[in-house]
Design a protein around this ligand. Structure first.
Ligand code: GLU
Length: 243
């Protein structure tokens, strides 16, 4: 008898930013994501999130790999380095997301000034540049929808948010130099990476619960299927601060 139920392979991942050595908090994420993937006979991928060249260092990347191996947390396949996929992120933003994004030359100060004049909240970008058609070496903002987005987190339960009301159109690429685009935002890179690698389970710290609604919006705008989410409690210091 053929098995008619479609089996999807579980693919988990660990995605540290090499801004320092692994600490207890990141190890907790590594172990939990590893166990969830392996318990389901799935794959566990490793991605080094090193696009922020000011904060990330290759010696930390090397140290992270060594520590994971030493602890027996062996990843499947090749390590993916975000810094090797920059052209791909820019290309997707300028093609698939082109009509949903726009150049913006506002500064924090000019937004504040505008909001004082128009009595609006400076925390949500008031779409000053939407119709200006500015070149895309300026900061690029993504149009976020004004409706409720719901998702189920396997540990935190049902989470909801309204991307437009909570944040307004977010910057997905920072301001660059003339004819040279700036740095891609973490939010966009993570979604593209997870989708490219077929990640089905995103297991990470609860500090990243908050941006998840915006990431789900990105999946929807790109027409990609949304993974399962599990946000772990953070390991805190005695004073309650994140490690
Ligand atoms: N690179 C992020 C961090 O180290 C994690 C990103 C993610 O898991 O989505 O906090």
């Amino acid at each position: 008898m053929p098995n008619l139920t479609r089996q999807t392979q579980v693919i988990g991942r660990f995605a540290p930013s090499p801004t320092g050595a692994l600490h207890l908090g990141s190890l907790l994420t590594a172990v939990a994501s590893y166990c969830i993937a392996k318990h389901a006979q799935g794959q566990w991928l490793l991605r080094i999130e090193d696009i922020d060249t000011e904060r990330c260092h290759s010696h930390y990347s090397k140290q992270i790999l060594t520590d994971l191996e030493r602890l027996g947390l062996h990843w499947d396949g090749e390590v993916r380095y975000q810094s090797e996929h920059l052209a791909h992120y820019h290309n997707l933003l300028d093609t698939k997301l082109n009509t949903l994004s726009y150049g913006c030359d506002c500064s924090r100060k000019s937004i504040q000034h505008y909001c004082q004049l128009h009595h609006c909240l400076a925390t949500n970008y008031p779409r000053i540049c939407t119709h200006k058609h500015l070149p895309r070496y300026h900061a690029v903002r993504l149009v976020l929808p004004d409706h409720c987005v719901l998702f189920y987190d396997q540990l935190q339960g049902i989470i909801s948010g309204n991307p437009q009301r909570d944040h307004g159109d977010i910057v997905v690429r920072r301001r660059g130099r003339v004819n040279q685009p700036g740095m891609i935002n973490y939010m966009l890179a993570v979604v593209i990476d997870d989708a490219d690698c077929g990640v089905t389970e995103v297991v990470r710290g609860a500090d990243l619960l908050e941006p998840t609604v915006r990431q789900i919006t990105l999946y929807q705008q790109l027409g990609w299927s949304v993974p399962n989410w599990l946000h772990l409690p953070l390991a805190l210091q005695q004073n309650g601060l994140k490690l």
